[in-house]
Structures are given as C-alpha cells and as structure tokens.
Design a binder for this molecule. Structure first.
Ligand code: E4P
Length: 217
C-alpha cells in the first residue's frame, strides 16, 4: 500500500521524506490555507522535493472554471494530480483531463455509487473520506471494502486512496482490505512507528547493555 502525506507544510514534508516511506502528497484548500502559502508556489515547492503524485485541488465549481484552474496547476509539472470534487461537473472535468493523460484525484467521495462514477470517468484516484464518515457514526472502512470489491469486479484502473484517516488502525484496516493508497497527516505517520512494548523493550536492552561496560565501536 502506498503512503501519501496529507499536508501542504513543505517543512514537514521535507522531514518525513527522510523516512523513505512517502510515495506522494495530497493537499486541499483547507491545508493550503493552513500552510499560509500561495497555492502555486506551495505545490511547486512540494513537487521539487517529492517524486510521486502531488494532488492540488481546484476551487471553481463549474466545468469551465475547473478546467482553467487545472491548466494552471498542471503547468507546474507532470506529477501534479488535479483534485476535483465528486460532483457532476467534477466528473465531466475528470473525464476530459484523463483523456489528456492528466492524473485526476476525485475527492469528497462518501458512497460506493459515487466511486463507481469516478472510475467510469477515468479517475486516477478516488478519495473516500473514512474519518468524516466515522465522525457521523457510520463505518468508513465498509465503504473502502465496497469500493475495492466493485473496482475488482470490473478491473477498473482507478486506485482507491483512503482519505480523512484519523488513527493508525485506519492504516491497518485499509491495508487488510487491500486499498491502493492511504494519505496520512504527519502525526499519524509518527504514531505508526510507536508501540509501548518497543519503547519498554529498548530501554531494558540498553540498561542491560550498560551493565556490560562494552562498546561496539
Ligand atoms: C485528502 O485528500 C483529504 O482532503 C483529507 O484527507 C481530508 O481529511 P480531513 O477529513 O481530516 O479534513
């Protein structure tokens, strides 16, 4: 399963790239606003340091406006993946951009029916928001399982990108289902490394090692 970073904070991306675990980046208008930077400069700065897909979201809601914004964002580089909302207009734009071999990430997906339409529109990625469904008392991971089953039935090339992750268990559940990608805020990446027994075990090993008075170097 690929891991994307869900942030527009270039400094945080730089730090986490050192882990060698990051396969791409997703942003959205809220994350750009939080970063405080200009969208074009921020996406360009991310593309300079990341090898994989970098999602940049359009903010127009009509077809003409979305296509015009997509042209500006795509010009930043070939790895820029245009993020469009899962609306009728968004899927019309998706179909046109994918016909031009521009990667498209269809975002704000909350149902399997919507995901089916996005695949038919040629989306490179579909982004179902698991955390926001969980917040409403639904089970976001059921949606991931349903979409993976439907896509498998028809051999759709669209990759299932689990979005709105809230905790490390979402990562494990997504991997068990066989989702293609999960996008994670930096805090969840850090949490994934952690286990109290790892910390406890390491502390005990180091204490015992100290008693020996030895040094490997
Ligand atoms: C990523 O593509 C989404 O925009 C993001 O994961 C949404 O996460 P949130 O529900 O925590 O805002």
């Amino acid at each position: 399963m690929k891991i994307f970073l869900d942030t527009a904070d270039v400094k945080q991306i730089e730090v986490l790239l050192e882990t060698g675990m990051i396969d791409g980046v997703t942003t959205n208008p809220s994350l750009i606003a939080k970063s405080g930077g200009d969208i074009k400069e921020t996406i360009a700065a991310i593309c300079d340091i990341v090898d994989g897909p970098v999602s940049a979201e359009v903010t127009a809601t009509d077809v003409k406006g979305m296509l015009a914004e997509a042209d500006v964002l795509s010009a930043i580089g070939p790895q820029v993946t245009i993020k469009v909302p899962l609306t009728k207009e968004g899927l019309i734009v998706c179909k046109q951009l994918s016909a031009r071999d521009i990667m498209v990430n269809v975002t704000l997906c909350f149902s399997a029916g919507q995901a089916l339409l996005a695949a038919k529109a040629g989306a490179t990625f579909i982004s179902p928001f698991v955390g926001r469904l969980d917040d409403l008392g639904a089970d976001g991971m059921n949606l991931i399982a349903d979409i993976c089953t439907i896509y498998d039935h028809y051999d759709f090339a669209t990759e299932v990108l689990v979005a709105s992750a809230r905790h490390p268990q979402h990562v494990v559940d997504a991997a068990l289902i066989g989702a293609d990608v999960i996008t994670l805020p930096p805090s969840i990446i850090d949490q994934l490394y952690k286990h109290p027994l790892t910390d406890k075990g390491l502390a005990a090993f180091l204490e015992d090692w100290k008693q020996t008075g030895q040094s490997i170097l």
